[in-house]
Ligand binder design. Structure first.
Ligand code: FMN
Length: 192
């Protein structure tokens, strides 16, 4: 009797594994049908870490949005009224910090994830520069961000000011509240 129960348990386990494997292959097939880019801006590395995980799950290329004049610790000191971030985001909210280099072969991508930290409740203005200096017409744009606690606020509205071409836009989401499983599920769902 014990042998029969053991054999049945083994059979059930095999069937379960096989169906999981099939689901994974289907998911990978879907993710690989589209050419995906993950572009991100990150000062202290949090957004970068999530961008790398997203790129792995999406089988995507990775592109770091780097400021032509790199930010320093003093530049991002939000307590200093005269720091670069305060001047760019508050004193001159229409500032467009220059980007060091352009994405290669942008036209070959179907889907572009765009990641950034939240600065003063919205996306940093360098992300506006990114949308204004590249043509994403016809692509699906999936913005994501990390923050200490803030949600998207007016981020989508702030970025839409910089887009004068047709795109499929998914609302910006905070990714650093999720575990890896939740992140991967969101990546799969977003690409489809
Ligand atoms: C200038 C500045 C402003 C920030 N403003 C906010 C904010 O409004 N809300 C929030 O939750 N976090 C805010 N943060 C925290 C960052 O969004 C958070 O630490 C983010 O994960 C950093 O990402 P990074 O490591 O990729 O640069 C701010 C950080 C800086 C430097």
């Amino acid at each position: 009797m014990n042998r029969i129960i053991t054999a049945m348990a083994a059979l059930l386990l095999m069937v379960g594994c096989k169906s999981n494997a099939k689901q994974n292959i289907n998911r990978e097939d879907k993710n690989m049908q589209k050419k995906v880019l993950v572009a991100y801006f990150s000062y202290s590395g949090t957004t970068k870490g999530y961008a790398e995980k997203i790129a792995k799950q999406a089988h995507a290329d990775l592109f770091e949005i780097q400021a032509a004049q790199p930010y320093t610790d003093a530049d991002v000191d939000w307590r200093d009224d005269n720091s670069r971030v305060n001047r760019e985001m508050k004193t001159n909210p229409d500032s467009r910090p220059a980007i060091a280099k352009k994405v290669d072969n942008l036209k070959t991508y179907d889907v572009v994830f765009v990641g950034f930290p939240i600065w003063w409740y919205i996306a940093p203005n360098i992300i506006n520069t990114f949308f204004e200096t590249n043509d994403f017409k016809g692509k699906t744009i999936i913005p994501f961000f990390t923050s200490a606690s803030s949600g998207p606020g007016e981020t989508d509205k702030h970025l839409h000011k910089s887009i004068n071409y047709n795109v499929t836009w998914k609302p910006a989401v905070r990714v650093n509240r999720w575990n890896d499983k939740e992140l991967n599920e969101w990546v799969d769902k977003s690409i489809q």
